[in-house]
Design a protein around this ligand. Structure first.
Ligand code: PRP
Ligand code: URA
Length: 206
């Protein structure tokens, strides 16, 4: 299932990020803010469990989240989504997957992996601003499924139809959340219109 989070605040902030003239500081701040807004929607249907608690006034029956939440950013650019979501879910644990996309072949290459121990029982949010060919997200999901993850949501800012189709084919059980579904990929594998190289814009490396 693909959900496009059509919300005026998300769209407005993404527009600021897309602009060529937006510099690192504003790019990161808008990404932080969008991440929080997206998390609110992505978590809308999380299962809860009944609990009995005591307020200063009385005992009451209420609910808490049933599962742990694990955030799994795909390095580097996925790191830009962590703070905004963590502010909303401070109890989330964080795992890391290091992947870079070969500029010629567009194939992902793994260079780092570190996960908390509870992937199997957790709701796992795989984070990456860009879903282009889908190769990186597919590889990341393969890696966490191999470690037992079952409940997985893919949270990206901008997606291309090619990437969405690749994930739907390889991992039909994974829900995909996007702030925008763009038009196509260009000959270099960049999303059009997109926002350029997300990692470089977040970390000021170009
Ligand atoms: C970018 C982006 C995704 C990937 C998307 O990362 O952050 O991880 O490309 O492309 P795909 O869907 O075709 O795999 P990149 O490899 O440039 O690394 P970086 O985050 O370190 O800049
Ligand atoms: N990675 C990016 O950072 N941007 C794109 O448009 C495609 C892949």
């Amino acid at each position: 299932m693909v959900t496009i989070l059509n919300h005026p605040l998300i769209t407005h902030k993404l527009t600021q990020m897309r602009k060529e003239e937006t510099k690192t500081k504003d790019f990161k701040q808008n990404l932080d803010e969008i991440a929080g807004l997206m998390a609110y929607e992505v978590c809308r249907d999380l299962p809860v469990k009944p609990v009995t608690i005591k307020t200063p006034v009385a005992e009451c029956q209420t609910y808490e989240l049933l599962n742990d939440i694990v955030l799994i950013p795909i390095l580097r650019a996925g790191l830009g989504l962590v703070n905004g979501i963590n502010d909303l879910i401070p109890t989330a644990k964080v795992g890391f997957i290091g992947l870079y996309r070969d500029e010629e072949t567009l194939e992902p290459h793994e260079y780092f992996a570190k996960f908390p121990s509870n992937l199997a029982d957790a709701v796992n949010l795989v984070l990456d601003p860009m879903l282009a060919t889908g190769g990186s997200a597919k590889a990341a999901i393969d890696m966490i499924k191999a470690r037992g993850a079952k409940n997985i949501k893919l949270v990206c800012l901008v997606g291309a139809p090619e990437g969405v189709r690749a994930i739907e084919k390889a991992h039909p059980d994974v829900d995909i959340y996007l702030a925008a579904l763009d038009d196509h990929l260009n000959e270099k594998g960049y999303i059009v219109p997109g926002l350029g190289d997300a990692g470089d814009r977040i970390f000021g490396t170009k």
